[in-house]
Design a protein around this ligand. Structure first.
Ligand code: GDD
Ligand code: MN
Length: 399
């Protein structure tokens, strides 16, 4: 088990293998209490890789001294699977550092990771590897591109997962904005892209560290469905959410930037201008409907219900124009009504969150910055417009 700083070397460590030929793919399988899965995982992955790159890979099980003795079972497989290696960690703990320790011992020029509980479908491995072979520095298995999904997650878990992603898009837009599924624990990266970077992860989300500190230029994504667990249980608890926020803040502070955005200007200005114009049109729709419903000379409805309906119709208007104009390229590719409906539901939820944000910012600015409600509201609207644009760009239209 390697010790010292969590740094990946440019060249594979010497003397690990007797042959001097370096291996193409090193795939790390982090495990903690996976005794009922480990044999199956090793056998399925070996069979798959023996077909596509026989002899040119290694599987590295990194077990954190599991009390169920997963490491022992893994060690018992060593004779049957010559490409297998097993690390039993007794000093350190944690998923992310386990992955890095595995990579430090790895001899491959491509470094990968896959869960040890069969929730990550093994077939995707070949597509990930092909993407890297075709030039990608990083290939991520994603639940949020075509062909991807989660099998049967509850609404609560979906909302938590998306909320975490939104938070990340705000704190580290240049890192989280680069992939559709920044929470993925299933990916491959070229050794050269993370060589010499000292990684410093907390918690589960090792991919953030790779994108944030590595030199990742070309990214590829492959869709996958996150399967249900059959054996054993997930180690995710509330602590992982705290760790995640801690990780975001630390990465943000220590890299001193929001990620790539500030280095390479790739902000979609055209789209933003269109989005802004559409938003402006929504103001008039809102006003007109409010007038029709609540004015004493027309329907004379009470103000609050009138405003709610006016606001919702404005959201509908904005969605229609954004889908048809701002993101015309996306809607041309995904024009089934189910796909449109999905975009609309997300747009709606994000805009509602934006409204809450608007009220919050208005109060904050008013109380602590400028004691003028119109200037404060203007600032709040500006911030929320950026929020609405950025989060919708990434989550609704997924550009
Ligand atoms: N060595 C080690 N040490 N392995 C660990 C530890 C640890 O502290 N904690 C968990 N693991 C192993 C598990 O044994 C499993 O193989 C894998 O890491 C994922 O852990 P789970 O507890 O099954 O996580 P999950 O299913 O909720 O989440 C997975 O999917 C997410 C969504 O794609 C993880 O892969 C996440 O990284 C991923 O984001
Ligand atoms: Mn799992």
């Amino acid at each position: 088990v390697p010790t010292g700083p969590l740094k990946i070397l440019e060249l594979p460590p010497n003397g690990v293998r007797t042959s001097s030929k370096s291996i193409h793919l090193s795939l790390v399988i982090p495990t903690y209490k996976e005794r009922d899965n480990i044999k199956n995982v090793v056998s399925i992955l070996s069979q798959l890789l023996d077909e596509s790159i026989p002899g040119n890979y290694e599987l590295i099980v990194v077990d954190d001294d599991s009390p169920d003795r997963t490491w022992e079972i893994a060690q018992s497989l060593l004779t049957e699977y010559p490409q297998l290696r097993v690390m039993r960690r007794q000093q350190e703990r944690g998923l992310s550092s386990a992955v890095i320790r595995g990579w430090q011992a790895a001899t491959g020029s491509v470094l990968g990771v896959i869960d040890g509980d069969l929730q990550h479908p093994p077939e995707v491995l070949t597509q990930l590897l092909r993407s890297v072979d075709q030039g990608a520095d990083l290939a991520v298995a994603s639940r949020h591109v075509d062909g991807g999904g989660v099998s049967s997650w509850s609404v609560v878990r979906r909302v938590l997962s998306r909320g975490a992603q939104m938070l990340g898009l705000v704190i580290l837009p240049g890192v989280l904005g680069r992939v559709s599924d920044p929470m993925s624990g299933y990916f491959m990266v070229r050794r050269s892209a993370i060589a010499n970077a000292t990684l410093n992860p907390v918690g589960y989300k090792i991919l953030l560290e790779v994108i944030g500190r590595g030199k990742v230029n070309q990214v590829a994504e492959v869709g996958y469905v996150f399967c249900e667990r059959k054996e054993g249980e997930s180690k995710v608890t509330w602590k992982q959410y705290i760790d995640y926020i801690h990780h975001l803040v630390r990465l943000r502070l220590s890299t001193g930037r929001v990620g790539r955005l500030s280095r390479k200007v790739n902000f979609p200005v055209r789209r933003f201008l269109r989005f802004g114009l559409v938003g402006f049109s929504g103001v008039f729709v809102d006003m007109a409907v409010l007038y029709l419903l609540s004015d004493p000379t027309t329907l004379a409805w009470p103000l609050t219900p009138s405003k709610i309906i006016a606001g919702e119709i404005a959201i509908l208007n904005n969605f229609f124009w954004n889908d048809a104009w701002t993101f015309a390229d996306v809607s041309a590719r995904q024009q089934q009504w189910q796909q449109r409906l999905k975009r609309f539901v997300k747009f709606n939820a994000i805009c509602l969150a934006g409204l809450v944000l608007n009220v919050l910012i208005l109060n904050l600015v008013l109380n602590f910055v400028i004691p003028n409600r119109y200037i404060a509201n203007f600032i709040a609207i500006a911030v929320v417009t950026i929020w609405n644009f950025w989060i919708n760009l990434k989550l609704s239209w997924r550009v």
